[in-house]
Design a protein around this ligand. Sequence first.
Ligand code: PMP
Length: 386
Amino acid sequence: MDYNSKLAELQREGNYRQLSSVTPQGKWVLSGNNTLLNLSSNDYLGLANDPELRRDFEDWVGEEVYPLSAGSSRLLVGNYPVHRLVEGQVGRLFGREGCLVFGSGYHANVGILPALVDRGALVLADRFVHASIIDGIRLGGARYVRYRHQDYDQVEGILAREASRYSRIFIVTESLFSMDGDITDLPRLVALKRQYPHVMLYVDEAHAFGCRGARGLGIAEEQGCLQEIDLLVGTFGKALASMGAFVVCSSLLRAYLINRARPFIFSTALPPYQMAWTSFLLDRLESWGDRRAHLSRLSHLLAHALHGEQPSAQVSHIVPWILGDNASCIQASQRLCEAGYYCLPIRTPTVPAGTARIRFSLSAAMREADLFNLLSLLKTTSYADR
Ligand code: PMP
């Protein structure tokens, strides 16, 4: 492969990626002499740079020494009491017996399916699931179908025709889609699952954990089906402002993953200090209902400016503005930057060709006033393609 010409091709397509030189600071990013509102972060609750929270954490840590490195995988000597503490906390929050922490959401998604599938399995995955899930599906090597986005009738049809041919079937979806911000009808998938004893539901709540549900547990909590999800993945690196991920499941599956999930087995455990921060935050998760309510208000304001009236249940803190081709998306992003809003273009292959977009990602640290200018910009036809 000729790397130079491949990179030149990416440049021609508007797909060339570069690391940015801006510095995030709270809800802002600093870019040279400019301060822009950060609409590209996953720090949805606005916790990552909260100085008071940080001071409280330092007091909470007190004289306790949490190492800055775990020194090895959990299966060697990297399994500290604080790892077990966090798994216990998550398990209790979700009312589930099994919880296993992974180094990141990527590790979790790339490890879980390959551990659990064999040649007799079928994986049915929403076409828009995250790259880490796709990689996990491919690594697993079982037959898979990527069903049309949120097309539950298609899932039903496939199950009716093919369920009897497989020893196990996994339905895999995100609950709040990372690039579209729309919400999965989990009870509908639960109802399908109930018709087939060998169907399991695998739900990635990366973008919902912390933000949705009265206790902040995500969409399965909001939709009242927490106990029906066989494998529920959440990440600590987005709304929870830490790092790492977890899966909640049965204790049987937990034991199986400890034995078979390669990213869990063969990677250094998260640093105990990081786990202490996660534990401190998890203790407070349920109390941040006001932040969640504020985030929801901001989401409705922005979604309304861009898309008009929408069913409330479909509105989230991720608001896409689909522009089509990469070039117009890059141009819109630049113009918004000039107006003081840092929102990066999302291009192919992250999203399907022809659906390049600005993905507005909101944070509870923002105030309504921070968005006023943006809302009026988006309401003018030169910006919003409506
Ligand atoms: N799942 C989804 C839906 C994601 O969007 C992401 C990251 N953007 C991940 C998993 C990976 O999580 P992490 O960043 O913790 O690796």
